[in-house]
Design a protein. Structure first.
Length: 142
């Protein structure tokens, strides 16, 4: 799946849509989730959010974070937005304590606040308020 995605994103997306209807695990599941995240496929959001949340803290999870956050901008369903925000907050809070304050500022300022602002501008005040309620208070960055 990963190799196909490098060669032909459209074909890998079509195949991912077919394969996601069958039981998956391991590298295949990870590759399919990656393809859906990068494509911004909202129809697969519950699967994506669940699997993203289950991923251990790793470079892969950090690499996927901007794509996952960008997908949240497209999601209109409030419960799905909350699920996605909670997954991002969990990443923020899982970072080792020595780097947590700095990382929290980066996540809050560069990911959560912009999403909250765009949701508010789109008239989705409940979503914006929920995101703002998850921001860390009074932390200083670098």
């Amino acid at each position: 799946m990963e190799a196909l995605s490098d060669i032909d994103e459209n074909e890998s997306y079509t195949l991912a849509q077919k394969l996601c209807k069958q039981p998956m695990k391991g590298n295949l599941l990870t590759s399919i989730i990656d393809i859906f995240i990068k494509a911004g496929d909202q129809s697969q959001f519950d699967l994506i959010a669940t699997e993203y949340d289950k991923m251990p803290l790793s470079q892969k999870k950090m690499d996927d974070l901007p794509y996952f956050a960008a997908m949240l901008l497209k999601v209109q369903n409030t419960e799905q937005v909350k699920k996605g925000v909670d997954a991002i907050v969990k990443v923020r809070n899982t970072v080792p304590s020595a780097q947590r304050d700095e990382f929290a500022v980066l996540i809050d300022d560069n990911i959560l606040k912009p999403i909250a602002e765009r949701k508010k501008a789109a008239g989705l005040k409940d979503q914006s308020d929920y995101i703002n309620s998850k921001l860390t208070e009074g932390k200083k960055g670098f």
